[in-house]
Structures are given as structure tokens and as C-alpha cells.
Design a protein around this ligand. Sequence first.
Ligand code: XMP
Length: 429
Amino acid sequence: MKQDMIVILDLGSTKNTVLARAIRDLGVYSEIYPHDITLEELNALPNVKGIILNGGENRVVDGIAIDAAPEIYTANFPILAIDHPKATSGEKIANWSQSSLKKFIFDTCKAEANWSMKNFIADQVELLRQQIGKEKVLLALSGGVDSSVVAALLIRAIGDQLTCVHVNHGLMRKGESESVIEVFKNQLNANLIYVDATDRFLGKLANVSDPEQKRKIIGAEFINVFAEEAKKLDGIKFLGQGTIYPDIIESGTKTAKVVKSHHNVGGLPEDLNFDLVEPLKMLFKDEVRACGVELGLPAEMVYRQPFPGPGLGVRCLGAITRERLEAVRESDAILREEFHIAGLDKKVWQYFTIVPDFKSVGVKDNARCFEYPVILRAINTVDAMTASIEELPWPVLQKITKRILEEVPNVNRVCYDLSPKPCATIEWE
Ligand code: XMP
């Protein structure tokens, strides 16, 4: 392994992630572990240069203050105790600052600032080859940032031992499946199975108007299609997953509360009994993007805006019809193109269009028309828990409106949604 590591032991702090980020920003790799890690487990971790005992508001559990195992205090690691763990050895501080961290990491631990994406990739390639050997790996490749970076990393490590399955549920954005095929099949020579399941998904979704029901059908059908493809393949031992560090941290540590359960391709039938390969599980989102860039993925793929699993299905409101789905897809493509031209794609966190399931009266070519509206949405947020509305330049709004009205069939009106979250959500369904 090429990288030195500082281990953070979670003694009830809510700031473990912030601390790990701060250490990585100093160029030193850092991982968070539960307070009751054993010395044996600690010794098995590569290149540990020092330990930070990170105490905090959740330290007292059931009336007892949790602590690290006594043998960890007496092992030969440099220790920094933050916020009154009762460490008898090592340094103690009430609160960390960048200078106190630097002093501990570089002066006391003598760690080297050698955390870089190049080193991370070199280490992961080595680890993946050890873990996988000559076995085969299967990956659901949606084209999202995480699954794309996992695919690129696995291709680098094991080449054609990887098989990717891209399921087009018919709810992808314009050009999205095509770009997955172009990048992975044509440029990176991946074993890519492309499944066009549009008719199947739209068939199941016909006449279903309840948003939760729609989401459930899309999720369940995705698993069905993926499992069917997996069963056609012989001798697959591993399933690759785009799990990233926040997914693991948000699943709850021994002291932190569960924010959301760890997502994965959950719900796969039990006869598909795979071992997991999760090479990004120690990376934060911006590090995943940096990894993708280092692996040579195109910027549009690595920096793309978030896109919900159920795709355009939750933006074609009510019961989905092909006519309205095309209106969502075409208007979304125009919005994205114009945002790119205006440089707004770098400024706005998420932007898309919605087509509701009602019509309004208009006039086209001197005749009455009765057609759908398109609603524009452009929001900024840090964590998607709250969101504010982007103040779009009027000429950009006018150009988008003109193009949608001229180019998208069955549409006679364009509206801009000004609602922040709360009380609206970002998506409409
Ligand atoms: P809401 O509508 O809840 O959206 O304010 C918050 C963020 O989550 C995205 N979103 C999803 N992402 N699967 C996903 O992977 C989903 O089912 C899903 N639903 C919403 C949404 O696009 C926004 O960024």
C-alpha cells in the first residue's frame, strides 16, 4: 500500500466525517472506525501512523462513557484525544484546528502527505486483483457517477473478468444510454450487456398514477430484469457496487443515529448469492469524481447532476404515456443544452423539466389547441434536504421557452416553478 493512514476512532462525535475530510485535505488518508475496534483489527490496517480518539456529545451510552480498548492506549501508536476521553497517554485537546491537526499528523506521527487519486487507484487495482483473483464480477451500470467510476476502476483492475449490465428502463434522459454504450463498450472495451426494457417497464406502468406505486414498480422491475440477465451468465462470483463513504457512515455507527439505511442493489433474489466488491466505499463524493477524472471518464459523466433512480418516470406526472414521456425527454434536453450554453450547468445543482397530466387551452397557427404544459425546475442545495430557487436570467428563460414551444410536440405552455424545499420537494413525485 502506498498511503499512510490516520485512524479516527468514533467516541461519540458527530464530526467524524468533517475530521476525516480535514485530514484528507491535508493530503493524508484517514478512515473512521468504531470505538471498540480491537488492537488486532487495528494492527491489520495498512500503514497506520496515528490514532485520533474523537469524543463528543454522544459519548455516554446507557449512562456509561464509551472508551477505546485499554490495549490500544498502551500500543505504540501516537494518540490524540479530542473533547475529554480520559486518555492517560498521548496529547489532549478540547477542539481541533488545522494547526493542531498538522502538528499531530506531521510532527508527532511523521505521516507523509501521500494521499492522491493516483495512489488510491494503484492501491485499489492491487487490492481488487487480490480479492477477485480469476473470478468474474457483475455490475449494474446505470451511467450514474458512482456506477460509472466503479466500472472504470474494475476495467482497469480486471478487464474482461467484468461484465456490466445496463438496463434501459425507457425513463432515461435523451442520449444517456447511448453515451454509456459509447464510453464503456466502444472506448473502454467493456463486456457490456445492453437491455432495452422500455416496453416492459412502460407496460407495467400503464394506467398507474400513484407516485409511490410507480416508484415501487420501477424498483422491482429493475431487480427482475437485472436478475434475469445475471442468471443467463455463468460462474459469476462477485457483484460490484457503487457504495460510497457517506452511504456507510449514514447507515449509522455505534454511537451515531441511522440517517438512512445503506443502499445497494437490495432485493436481489437469494439464489443469486454474490460476494460484494465495493472499491469506492472509502471515498467521499468529490473524491469519487476525482477518481473518475483520473481514470479518464468524460467530464459530462463525472460531473453530471443527480438523477433519481426512477428517472423521468417521476417527472412525467400521473400515469405515464409515451406522448408525455417524450415531451419530458425533449424539453429536458433543450433545458440542459441551454444551461450548458449559458454556463448555468456549473452554477445550478439540479435542473430538469416536468410534464403534468393535464392540458390547457392555447392557440397555434390561428387555431385553438389543447395541449400539455412543461414546468421548469432549477434548484441549488448543499445536501438536497433543503433547496432554494435559482434566479435565472430572463433571456435564458425566454430562449428555453421559445425553443420548447417550437420544438416539442403536444406542448403549448411553459411555467417556472418558484417553490423552495420545504415546503415543496425537489422532484414533483
Ligand atoms: P426530493 O424530491 O426528495 O429529492 O426533494 C431530493 C434529491 O433526491 C433525488 N431523488 C432520488 N434519487 N432515487 C435516487 O437515487 C430516488 O428514488 C430519488 N427520488 C428523488 C432528487 O432528484 C433530488 O436530487
